[in-house]
Write a protein that binds this ligand. Sequence first.
Ligand code: GLA
Length: 381
Amino acid sequence: MIDRAATDFEAVHGARPSGVWAAPGRVNLIGEHTDYNDGFVLPIALPHTTRVTARRRADGRVRLHSTQGDGTITDLALDGLAPGVVTSWAAYPAGVFWALAEAGHEIGGADLSVDSDVPAGAGLSSSAALECATAAALNDLYGLGLSAPDLALVAQRAENAFVGVPCGVMDQMASACCTDGAALLLDTRTLERRHVPLDLESAGFRLLVIDTRVKHDLGDGAYAALRAGCERAADLLGLAALRDLPAAGLTAALERLPGELAPLVRHVVTENRRVAEAIEHLDGGRIAALGPVLTAGHASLRDDFRVSCPETDLAVEAAVAAGALGARMTGGGFGGSVIALVAAADVAAVTDAVRSAFGSAGFAAPVAFTAVPSAGARRLA
Ligand code: GLA
């Protein structure tokens, strides 16, 4: 794979690359729409990665090529980069160059070739994977000495300010910081984190990921509106962020809020509690007990936060009815993917049940795969 990447790079850019870097997509186990409320999240990195093959350029040009693209090279001047200038897929890597330069890091131009097997638009953080792989490449090419969380923050800055999506920090932290065999418990306020061992396979379980093929797009305004609603609620409650509302104060707080904001707050507060519950179960070796926590999280996203859709609801229902221990949509919502915790022996039956439910409902066939907790951004060669 690495030899092919180098050969392809040379064919496109006319020179040998200096290295190959990879960063993964993610699924979040629990803790959804909590990151921009300073709350807690528990993602794992997927085995699927985006690879960036790269070399420095001395002339300040940023030349970007994608194996998944139409063969053209996007050729930009580093000192001409500004939000709004690039609108294609190239905005993600270009945004990382911009964010590093804006933060005062001494970088120059580079040739990049990108290849990825992270499904795009499936709620599996293909954009964070692309940003983090680019950040890891530039970190090494220009000897910046940035840590994994530093790279995640640069990647998030690129997405927020250059691409224009007001996402939280979960996806980039997951892509940059996750480790093999563990979920990442992250406090998104302090960035304090713990790698929580998660060996589903030895315990006889599998994590099934079901891409509903309903394209999710966080740039369309709904995500920004939800984030703004949460921030307004925190403001009205006199809190820095909804993370600061303890579960014991929830009922009283809900009475003080306008009707449209109360369910958002209920979701965020109960979801932070579900992350804590999930951790208690994992620390206690009770993997099966995670199931009901996942399903309760889905109900909250469906009924209170209202970011599910008929396809994700049906995938959850069909999976649970066919024996999954629990299931929920994962990521931002409005389509995207569902995760299901399933006994190893039931993977085929649950997958078939979801496929057949989708067929009966007239929905496009979903794509399902099992995932193990995998490594974060790294240099491959
Ligand atoms: C998207 C965003 C994340 C997070 C999730 C919801 O994936 O990029 O920052 O807000 O939605 O949990």
